[in-house]
Design a protein around this ligand. Structure first.
Ligand SMILES: Nc1ncnc2c1ncn2[C@@H]1O[C@H](COP(=O)(O)OP(=O)(O)OP(=O)(O)O)[C@@H](O)[C@H]1O
Length: 302
């Protein structure tokens, strides 16, 4: 498999007391939309800053497009576009003028400027001052800047932070199009599982500086399903608990309802039959909506 980005055991400390990244080994397949998921403070930005050479690497190694980042830093950075935190744009300049300022720095041909504006859906705002842009438009201008170099890998750090629902949908569409139509591999960090679920082909989950999961979205969803808690509401909580205990299924009660986790669909079906056979009336069985925190708990306990 070809990887656009691989890190091997990246470890980072800002102080001797705290290890902010602990042996992070990422593998981002070429062509993927890689959702880098974790709660605030998990270490996402620190990882991405290291990958972009914005922080000095302390331990571990990084390779981009199969080449060592240390040995080919400048050449590799030319093939990577990024948007880390808020984009720096001049408010008194139009979208086009902002790009013209950077054109010299990036040494790209003038025809690339309208191209990138079109890619991010800002053609109509070409001559509008960036100071009058919505946050979503500013983010898109930031992505247009990141695309100037015609990169093959795009790294976006929480690009939907602060956007309204419409802006979030537009950002999702943009990332999807860049991936499908322009063939870009995209790494997108987020603290929202729902957002990553809608977009990513692969995910890495980071929690307190440790990578808890890495793989395809399908594998994550399977784990999530198996780990999800199930609520059972019957007319006899005590006998329901007894039945679960007999079968070594750990359960607890809350507000007269029984909760258990780590149960498969098949087990649940069998359990339902047994409850009915014992004359217990089942009012409701349902999987609990699973949030990122539950998945973390499940992953940590594994
Ligand atoms: N320059 C710094 N100096 C000291 N500690 C830092 C620095 N940058 C980040 N940290 C700490 O490193 C940890 C990881 O932060 P990081 O910004 O990488 O997390 P994150 O997953 O991107 O979260 P967020 O979404 O809040 O940015 C946090 O505990 C943070 O306080």
């Amino acid at each position: 498999m070809l990887y656009s980005l691989e890190t091997h055991q990246l470890t980072h400390r800002f102080s001797a007391q705290e290890t902010v990244l602990d042996n992070i080994s990422l593998q981002v397949p070429q062509g993927a939309i890689y959702g880098f998921l974790g709660p605030n403070g998990a270490g996402k930005t620190t990882t991405l800053r290291l990958v972009l050479g914005l922080l000095r690497k302390q331990q571990g190694s990084i390779s981009i497009l199969g080449q060592s980042f240390t040995a080919h830093r400048v050449a590799l950075l030319r093939q990577v576009g990024s948007l880390i935190e808020s984009p720096s744009v001049y408010s008194h300049l139009s979208a086009m003028e902002n790009l013209q300022v950077l054109q010299k720095l990036y040494q790209c041909p003038a025809k690339r400027l309208p191209e990138v504006l079109e890619l991010v859906g800002l053609t109509a705002a070409t001559h509008k001052k960036a100071g009058r842009f919505s946050l979503g438009m500013k983010q898109r201008l930031g992505i247009a800047i990141a695309l100037l170099n015609n990169p093959s890998l795009l790294i976006l750090d929480e690009p939907t932070n602060g956007l309204d629902p419409n802006g979030i949908i537009e950002m999702r569409e943009l990332v999807r199009n860049l991936n499908r139509e322009q063939g870009l591999t995209v790494i997108i960090s987020s603290h929202l599982l729902a957002e990553v679920e809608k977009l990513a082909t692969h995910t890495g989950i980071i929690h307190k500086g440790r990578l808890l999961f890495q793989g395809t979205l399908d594998t994550l969803l399977q784990q999530r399903h198996n780990g999800a808690a199930v609520m059972i509401d019957t007319n006899d909580t005590l006998r329901t608990l007894e039945l679960l205990k007999d079968q070594d299924l750990p359960a607890h009660t809350e507000n007269g309802k029984v909760y258990l986790s780590g149960i498969t669909k098949g087990q649940m079906g069998a359990l339902n039959r047994q409850l009915l056979q014992r004359g217990i009336t089942v009012y409701e069985i349902c999987r609990q909506p699973n949030n990122l925190e539950n998945i973390f708990m499940h992953l940590i306990n594994d």
